[in-house]
Design a protein around this ligand. Structure first.
Ligand code: ATP
Length: 408
């Protein structure tokens, strides 16, 4: 993420001097309609009219930096209330996509729509989306209360309204009692809660989060993940969340957009991406660590029979195969470990692989084991079974968990 894009640089006062409505759905008020934001009666979060849209639609959204293509034609229709994760390795264009939605980066091509209103030419403050950044982007000299109140003060809401909305936001992120502290007196997780409170207090139609948990330690990250899930459940706010962590995306999102080199590789539910990655690139990213090329013996519709390196496998192909070779993708946790009582044989039955444990990592609930076969194939296996280096192992792979793809 480019921290220069962080919230304090946004020209909120410019927004106010234009007297633009705080209703982001009313996007192009006629001059006579331009007005200072009006206070609304206090409501619980999630019931504000500003959420009243059906779809946020990205139509071939592209962004170049010079000749470099950071984002190439992203097509995505987000339904109101959805939680979308943009997932991909560093540099794949996730933050660029988020910043284009926020209005912090102009598009090179394409358009962005809230229902029938085109919004990609509006400045960030006219879109009114809430943003949460990796580095929190809090004002260090303002108390927690004043940080959270900032967007409301800029919108010139009455003091009473501001007080009650800030109270409600602090309660939602469970920071009651911390309102008079400065950000520097809070832990990283608490600071991120302040940032979330500040984003939601304006009751934005869309909340944008750019790797909000990556500065936190592993334990806090898990806790805050649950918090974000709870807040989304309570508010049902449309959320776009950037992450490179597949577990975070799987656990939080209704749908995940997997990206690479500025391109969309697959869009689907966590279950779809986990069990049916569209191609090898997505499979790699979704944790299919055992990827190797074998010869194709025969095909029976989508069932593929493969062999090579003393291994015989039957697996399932998602698309028709034409080549004589194919690539299998297997997740470490889909391999079932047993003891090799009968010992390695020259031709083990299909979907059984014999080998011995080389490296064993204890992970608390289970073990991550590198198993090598006599032909030198190295497999990554995750098992609850207690394994020691040097143990002879029999690995069984269920047919439906052997995914087969054309060679790259
Ligand atoms: P990370 O997870 O590391 O933040 P990302 O997936 O969010 O990565 P982006 O920050 O969107 O990736 O960057 C996408 C590509 O655009 C990268 O190659 C990056 O170097 C390039 N890029 C991003 N911002 C700029 C900029 N201001 N000027 C030039 N190139 C940029």
């Amino acid at each position: 993420m480019d921290s220069s894009l962080a919230l304090p640089n946004i020209d909120w006062s410019g927004h106010l001097s234009e007297g633009v409505s705080d209703d982001p759905v009313r996007l192009s008020p006629a001059k006579s309609e331009v007005r200072t934001p009006k206070a609304e009666p206090t409501k619980s979060f999630g019931q504000n009219r500003s959420q009243a849209f059906q779809q946020l639609r990205l139509d071939r959204v592209s962004r170049n930096f010079g000749t470099a293509v950071a984002l190439a034609g992203l097509d995505l229709t987000i339904q109101t209330g959805e939680f979308i994760a943009l997932l991909g390795p560093s540099g794949c264009g996730k933050s660029t996509a988020l910043n284009c939605i926020a209005g912090l980066l102009p598009l090179t091509a394409g358009s962005i729509w809230l229902d029938e209103h085109r919004i990609d030419q509006l400045p960030p403050e006219r879109r009114g989306f809430g943003m949460v950044f990796q580095n929190y982007a809090l004002f260090p000299h303002l108390t927690v209360r004043r940080n959270v109140a900032f967007g409301l003060v800029m919108r010139r809401l009455p003091r009473k309204e501001i007080r009650s909305r800030v109270d409600a936001a602090l309660e939602l992120v469970q920071l009651q009692g911390h309102g008079e502290k400065l950000p520097g007196q809070l832990s990283g997780g608490q600071q991120q809660r302040v940032a979330i409170a500040r984003a939601i207090v304006i009751e934005p139609p869309v909340i944008l989060m750019d790797e909000p948990l990556s500065n936190l330690d592993a334990k806090l990250r898990l806790e805050m993940r649950t918090e974000i899930k709870r807040i989304h459940r309570d508010l049902q706010r449309t959320t776009v969340y950037v992450t490179h962590d597949q577990d975070e995306a799987l656990s939080l999102a209704n749908r995940i957009v997997v990206m690479s080199d500025g391109r969309t590789l697959q869009i689907g539910s966590p279950e779809e991406l986990y069990s049916k990655p569209a191609n090898l690139q997505v499979a790699r990213f979704m944790g299919y660590r055992n990827i190797f090329e074998l010869g194709v013996e025969r095909l029976e519709q989508n069932r593929v029979f493969l062999s090579g390196f003393g291994i015989q496998l039957e697996g399932l192909a998602g698309e028709p195969l034409t080549a004589t070779r194919a690539v299998t993708a297997i997740r470490p946790e889909d391999i079932v470990v047993g003891e090799a009582e009968i010992g390695p044989r020259s031709t083990p039955p299909r979907n059984l692989i014999f080998g011995h444990a080389e490296i064993v990592e204890y992970c608390g609930r289970d073990y991550l084991v590198d198993v090598s076969t006599s032909a030198g194939v190295l497999l990554h296996v995750r098992t609850p079974k207690r394994v020691a280096p040097g143990d002879g192992l029999r690995l069984r792979v269920p047919v439906e968990r052997v995914l087969v793809f054309p060679p790259e």
